[in-house]
Design a protein. Structure first.
Length: 228
């Protein structure tokens, strides 16, 4: 799977060198291209923003560098999906991560300031599939953190990235429930026991207990998931 990211802060994505995704890149399961939007400007100050038409606070990202940057990423691409992180997009979920992981090539355009000139979305949609995706109902300073979260959630679903695929199946949100609580050794820590059922060796009873914990936890923390 290939990810391309257009951003004014390429160094944000240096952390993709480490951990599971770093290993997946080294083994070739994941390819990453990070593109500095300012490389597509033509003035001395490498300007990417300007004042908004119609007035108002803040600055808007100029369409010209975005057009050139996306041309350079999309020109040789085969059926890419372009994702613009935006608080006005569809909310990112595990289900969406799974659907997005079925694409061979995702391109992310990280907005900053008050966002990107809207013509960039319209023009990009005339040549590729485009999706606006929100991380949640709050406003970040830029799209980079949202893209990092999406790449981590999508990348770990790429076959081979997680050593034991069974661990993906049991996770929160996979079956519409939150995950059960997990414990490891020692059996007693600072006077707190591991639930005795987990030491019983009775696999059927452990499975039932874990399921009850999932339902109870979901009802308490996220009753909306049970309604769905
Ligand atoms: N003026 C915009 C609005 O009110 O919708 C917010 C712009 S925000 C300060 C700058 C950039 O951060 C956005 O263009 C987007 O790329 C990113 N961003 C902010 N909040 C986000 C969220 N909840 N999900 C995804 N991206 C977000």
């Amino acid at each position: 799977m290939r990810f391309d990211i257009v951003t004014i802060f390429p160094e944000f994505f240096d952390v993709l060198d480490i951990s599971l995704l770093g290993r997946a890149r080294k083994s070739g399961l994941i390819e990453l291209g990070v593109h500095d939007l300012r490389d597509y400007t033509h003035d001395r100050h490498r300007t990417v923003d300007d004042t908004p038409y119609g007035g108002g606070a803040g600055m808007v990202m100029k369409p010209e560098p975005w057009g050139e940057a996306l041309d350079s990423v999309l020109d040789d691409a085969d059926d890419p999906l372009v994702i613009f992180p935006s608080p006005a997009g569809d909310v990112f979920t595990q289900q969406m991560a799974r659907e997005l992981s079925e694409n061979a090539h995702l391109v992310f355009g990280c907005g900053r300031y008050e966002g990107i000139d809207h013509r960039v979305f319209d023009h990009t949609a005339s040549r590729a599939r485009v999706k606006l995706v929100s991380l949640g109902d709050y406003v970040l300073n830029g799209g980079e953190v949202a893209v990092m979260a999406m790449i981590e959630a999508i990348g770990r679903l790429v076959p081979g990235v997680i050593g034991n695929p069974a661990s993906l199946v049991e996770e929160s949100h996979e079956a519409g429930l939150l995950e059960y609580p997990s414990y490891t050794k020692p059996a007693v820590w600072r006077g707190i026991d591991v639930p005795p059922i987990l030491l019983s060796g009775n696999h059927g009873a452990i499975e039932r207990w874990r399921h009850e914990q999932q339902v109870e936890r979901t009802r308490r923390v996220r009753p909306d998931l049970l309604d769905e």
